[in-house]
Write a protein that binds this ligand. Structure first.
Ligand SMILES: [Zn+2]
Ligand SMILES: [Zn+2]
Length: 438
């Protein structure tokens, strides 16, 4: 990436009154783009006066600024008021809109409002901040006042920030919300979603404004199928929610409906989540590669119910919704009971959580777990069962490795005694790394 990229453009006086565009290439994998420009706007005539010198300010040139996306849409226009702007998928300088920085030919809009007889040279400086892998913590399942929650969007967002979350998906029951309607809260990525809620099961459609046309209603298997298919085609991340919930289990045929993730951890850890974990494990043993996620299903704070309980930790290329959802789709994630729960880095060579490697070429994993508490049990789970690696004597971190003796998958669990005398429960559950047979 050429950083910064400098572009100089000469505007002749005969171009006064015209709109021009200057093309440039947006490189791939850019998280944030900023542009600044300058030109000789004022012409200063210096004259001597009684007590010093005086420089007259006379506007010689006025050059307007704007930006056009590769598809021809206007990303922003700021007249001659701003000398710079910044854009990412989650933030934009007012006057511009937050959007994905897709690679391709973008154009600077140059409005030649006023040009001096000798013309003017305009200098643009373009900065491209590249994406980089980072760990983001979020909650994929939340409700607001728009359905049966008690907080407004704004209140929920600020609470998420205070709890140390980086992103939040808004999933009100059968209420879609568009990205434009989400408040801008610096430091927090808000993602539109809906919890498609039916008497026979719930599923989150996340990341798109309108996952389906018309209403949520569906009375036949064909209508249910149509909603899922449409949401999937429009790019929504589909999660099957609380499949074994005591009140609203998922009774549709999961094999016939498209989905991306299984919500195996919904709210506080309890029997229905343990059942979902067991069900998912059986899919892995059967050779399926199904990513998991968790969500608090937050409505209001109560005993054991809080935002980020559980938290889904995602290895994402940027803080933008599209990268977060893409990482979830690929299983680059693990779930912890709370935002300040244990942390995990699991790798096999260059492979991270959710990746597949060939067993014949790679069978050793490196494991780093932080934030362990005294008494925690760290175990690797494969198709053959669980292998304890550590029972923590004190609070601390673990670093080690594990070698697989057969193809399949390997995932990590941290078990904790949350309440003395009550059986240990998961504090962390990860997606696997898959080790494919040749
Ligand atoms: Zn639900
Ligand atoms: Zn819910």
């Amino acid at each position: 990436m050429d950083n910064p990229l400098r572009i100089q453009y000469f505007v002749g006086s005969q171009q006064e009154g015209q709109y021009l565009t200057i093309p440039f290439d947006m490189p791939p994998e850019v998280e944030s783009f900023s542009l600044s420009y300058h030109y000789e706007r004022h012409h200063g005539d210096e004259t001597g006066v009684a007590h010093g010198s005086f420089t007259a300010r006379q506007e010689r040139n006025i050059i307007d600024l704007g930006l056009i996306a590769p598809d021809g849409t206007q990303v922003g226009a700021s007249g001659s008021d701003k000398s710079s702007f910044q854009i990412s998928e989650t933030y934009a300088t007012p006057g511009y809109r937050a959007c994905r920085l897709l690679p391709g030919e973008w154009r600077i809009l140059l409005g030649a409002y006023k040009v001096a007889p000798e013309g003017v040279t305009v200098t643009y400086e373009l900065n491209f901040a590249p994406k980089r892998l980072r760990l983001l913590k979020g909650d994929l399942h939340t409700h607001t006042l728009a359905s049966d929650g008690v907080l407004t969007l704004n209140e929920l967002g600020h609470q998420a920030l205070r709890h140390g979350l980086d992103f939040l998906v808004i999933t009100d029951h059968n209420q879609t919300i568009s990205a434009d309607a989400l408040p801008c809260i610096p430091g927090l990525t808000l993602i539109p979603g809906v919890e498609w809620t039916h008497y026979k099961g719930h599923a989150n459609f996340s990341g798109v404004d309108r996952p389906y046309d018309g209403s949520f209603m569906a009375n036949t298997p064909e209508e249910v199928q149509a909603h899922f298919t449409c949401a999937h085609e429009r790019g929504a991340l589909i999660t099957v929610n609380h499949p074994f919930d005591e009140g609203c289990p998922f009774l549709f045929d999961m094999n016939s409906l498209p989905y991306d993730c299984l919500e195996i951890w919904n709210g506080p850890m309890r029997m229905s989540n343990i059942q979902a974990l067991g069900f998912w494990h059986s899919l892995l043993v059967a050779g399926q590669k199904v990513p998991i996620c968790g969500g608090s299903d937050y409505h209001r704070s109560q005993l054991f119910l809080f935002l980020g309980g559980p938290t889904t930790c995602v290895y994402s290329q940027s803080a933008g919704p599209s990268d977060i959802l893409s990482a979830l789709r690929q299983g680059h994630a693990y779930i912890v009971y709370a935002p300040d729960g244990p942390t995990l880095e699991l790798t096999a060579g260059d492979a991270i959580l959710g990746h597949s490697v060939r067993f014949s070429q790679s069978r050793e994993m490196q494991i780093m777990v932080g934030n362990l508490r005294a008494g925690d049990i760290l175990q690797i789970v494969t198709a053959q069962g669980g292998t304890p690696l550590l029972k923590a004597e004190t609070n601390g971190n673990f670093q080690g490795h594990f070698t697989l003796d057969a193809p399949g998958f390997a995932r990590v669990e941290v078990l904790r005694e949350f309440v003395p005398g009550v059986p240990m429960l998961p504090a962390l559950i990860s997606n696997p790394i898959y080790f494919d047979a040749d």
